[in-house]
Structure formats: C-alpha cells, structure tokens
Design a protein around this ligand. Structure first.
Ligand code: DWN
Length: 415
C-alpha cells in the first residue's frame, strides 16, 4: 500500500512541489522467486515514485509512502556483503567508543558492524546493542552473538530501550534516517535515547551529490527523504539536538556525516564547499533530461554489444540496480544475468525486469567455461573498485563499466 503525502515530513507544510517523476516502479528490494521456466506468473505491486520538495523548509522527499512493514520486515540487503562498508561503519564506532556505558547502532542490519566492534570492546564495561526491524536480519545478528532489539526505531522504542538498558553514550545511525516516514517521532526518540553527554553520529546520502552525480537510481520507495545539511540541522534543532560537526564521506556516492549532541548549539566545523549548499536553485528539468540521455546511451550501448555478440552481465543486485533496470527498461533481452554475492538474493529474479541473480562462482558454469563475459556492467557502482579488485584476476579480459559507460580500473591500494 502507498499513501500520498499531505504535509512535509519535517515542517508539516502542505506547500509541496513535484521535482522528478520516475513513474510506477516495483519495490527495489522485492526480488521475485522464479516459478517454472516460462511460467513466471507473479504479480508484482508497483507504486508511484515521485520526488517532491517542500516550498517552505525546502526538504526534498518522496510524494508517496509505502508502509515500512512491506519493505523492511523481511529484508535482503546485508551489510556483510561489503567488508569495506563493515570496516567503514565499525571504524566510526571504534573512534568514539566510550570507556563504559551503552553504545547503540540503529539500523544494525545483520549485526556485522557490531560484531566487528566487539573485538575492540574487549573486557571494558561497554555494552553494545543493535536495533533493527528486519526479522531475518535480527536472526542473523543473533548468530553473530550481537544483542539486537528487533523493532522499528521510534519514540516508543527509545522509551523501551532506555527502560531496559539506560541512556546511550554513543549512537550510530548510518543510512537510516532517509528511510523513516515519521521523522519527528524518530528524532524525538533519538533525543530520548541519547545521554546528556552522549554523541549521536548520523550518516546520510547528501542530496546535492545525488543531483551532481545524476544518481537517480538512489531514488526509490525505501528512501523517503533526501537530506541537505540545512534541513537535517533544522530537524535536529526542532527536537533539542544540535549539529556540532559535519564531514563529507565518499561512501555510497557521497554522504554527509554529522556529529550531534543534546546541548551547546550548532557549531559546524565543515569543509567550505558544504557551506555553499544550495537546494533551492537545482534545475530538476535539466536533471531529468540528463537521466534520459543516460538511459538512451546505456540502452544503445547494450544493444550494440548484443549485436556484436558480446556477452554482458550485470554486477550487484542492489536496490539501485532495480531502479536503473526498470527506469531504463533493460529487460532480459538486453541483459540476462546479474551477479551478486548475497546468498538470499541468488536464484531470485530482479524486481520488474527479471534478470536471474547468480552467485559470482556460478558465472563460470553459466558461461560454459568461456574466458568470461566481455563486459561486466557494475550496477552497484558505489562498490565499483571493490568489485573490480575482486573479479579482475578471474576475468582479466573483461571490461568493467558503470551505467554511465565509464570503464573502471581498480587502483592498487587497499580499501
Ligand atoms: O540505504 C540503503 C543502502 C545504504 O544500502 C538501502 N536502502 C539499501 C542498500 O542499497 P543498495 O542495495 O543499492 O546497496 P549497495 O550497497 O549498493 O548494494 C550492493 C549489492 O552488490 C549488494 O546486493 C551486494 C552486492 N555486492 C557483490 O555482489 N559483491 C557488493 C559487493 C561490494 C561485492 O563485492
């Protein structure tokens, strides 16, 4: 089910304007179980996907909300699929690890980040707790011996956690806030959970990077908000939380990391170009034209490669891959397979476009021991280097490209 927005998720104004319409799209992580060959007979719900902006506070968000239960209770994105990202998030916690007390990761997914942190906690009096709404991922976290509270985070959840474990000295909330329909309730919960001298670290994709990098494929139903520093700061301030520091990060196509505290006022120590953040004058018509161009070039390139008899496979059955394939109408006539290392995506079909998801080690069998595909289209472009580094020795004759047709060469250094 999807519900049309009647008021801004931050300031509650009803003064909202459309920016960019991606049409009706399937849920980006709703991979499909194949039935019998040739008998695919599943009905996949599609929902409108429209980016809008509040004319008052300028927050950029989705026009429609799909119920979170439909998207997150059974969830197939596993943080562990990228060891580089696990290290990235664990290093944030490790850097600010208190001597004792409660450390919480909201959106702890499969527990792989807290498992990594455990090694650093040793025998200290630090207690680690994950909070995540996905039942399958919480089960996985338990197998990693990571204490996890299985719930959507909210004011009510925060009250429960504080009652059981006390307030938190450190809270990490990375790539979560964009998924939250009721932002004010969620942030009220953060305020409640955070100890007076506690540190909250929020990482979110930066909406300016989405615009500049033409990352239209990161727009999907799970992501209801696309943050600027200005809007994030206003949201925090509404609830007595203050942004004390902002840093840019390269991960996931350009994110911002904010340090937030319960007192002291805002005091950004930011790199100067973030301060030039301008979310009012972005030309979304230009954006749409550029996306149309990308679609045209990518489809033409795939069609040409097919005519030349080249074998092309997709790499990364990411949520963003589903958006790209559906928006560009790349079905199995242009691309047959998508490779992905996530065990519970393998064997299923991409939402809407129905490419079969195969394990990296199965590629050899499918290609019948040929030298490898001529081209790998890296749909999870945010992991391009990590993927190329992993695969290029196996497939030295393969060209690795991203959806904007740029060839990727992995640099020699480690992540
Ligand atoms: O916000 C969100 C982010 C941060 O992660 C979500 N709503 C869901 C998810 O988005 P995504 O699915 O677009 O994320 P990724 O991290 O781009 O997905 C990468 C995919 O590629 C995964 O399915 C794992 C796969 N992969 C692989 O097969 N081999 C990834 C790496 C690094 C690899 O080496």
């Amino acid at each position: 089910m999807s519900i049309e927005l009647s008021k801004c998720r931050i300031c509650e104004s009803s003064n909202i304007t459309d920016l960019f319409d991606l049409g009706e799209q399937p849920l980006a992580n709703a991979l499909v179980y194949p039935v019998l060959p040739g008998q695919l007979n599943v009905s996949e719900p599609k929902y409108p996907l429209v980016l809008v902006q509040c004319e008052d506070c300028k927050h950029i968000q989705l026009k429609h909300t799909v119920t979170p239960e439909e998207m997150f209770v059974d969830y197939h994105f596993h943080t562990a699929s990228s060891p580089r990202m696990v290290r990235h998030f664990a290093s944030i916690i490790n850097k600010f690890l208190p001597k004792d007390g409660l450390v919480v990761e909201i959106g702890s997914n499969d527990g792989s980040v807290l498992e990594e942190v455990t090694n650093n906690v040793g025998t200290s009096d630090v207690r680690l707790l994950g909070i995540d709404p996905s039942r399958n991922l919480c089960d996985e976290a338990f197998t990693r011996k990571v204490a996890t509270h299985c719930a959507f985070f909210s004011k009510e959840t925060a009250q429960g956690v504080v009652g059981l474990y006390g307030k938190a000295k450190l809270v990490l909330c990375a790539n979560v806030l964009g998924h939250v329909p009721d932002l004010n309730d969620f942030v009220a919960g953060l305020k409640l959970l955070l100890a007076d001298d506690g540190l909250l670290i929020i990482e979110v994709p930066h909406v300016l990077e989405l615009y500049d990098r033409l990352a239209f494929d990161t727009i999907y139903h799970e992501h209801v908000s696309y943050f600027s520093i200005k809007c994030l700061t206003e949201l925090m301030n509404k609830h007595g939380l203050y942004v004390t520091c902002v840093e840019k990060q390269e991960v996931h196509g350009g994110t911002i990391r904010c340090h937030i505290r319960s007192h002291g006022g805002n005091g950004w120590s930011v790199i100067p170009d973030i301060l030039r953040e301008d979310i009012v004058n972005l030309d979304w018509h230009y954006f749409e034209v550029q996306v149309g161009l990308l679609k045209y070039k990518l489809r033409s390139a795939l069609a040409n490669m097919m005519l030349e008899g080249k074998q092309v496979v997709g790499y990364g059955a990411a949520a963003k891959a589903a958006v790209l394939l559906n928006y560009c109408n790349i079905t199995t006539d242009l691309l047959q397979y998508v490779v992905d290392c996530t065990w519970d995506k393998q064997g299923k079909l991409m939402p809407g476009t129905h490419q079969k998801v195969i394990a990296p080690e199965k590629l050899w069998d499918i290609l019948q021991q040929q030298a490898g595909p001529e081209v790998m289209l890296i749909l999870a472009w945010n992991h391009a280097e990590e993927i190329v580094r992993k695969e290029q020795n196996k497939y030295p004759n393969t060209t690795f490209i991203t959806p904007d047709l740029i060839t990727v060469q992995a640099r020699a250094q480690k992540d």
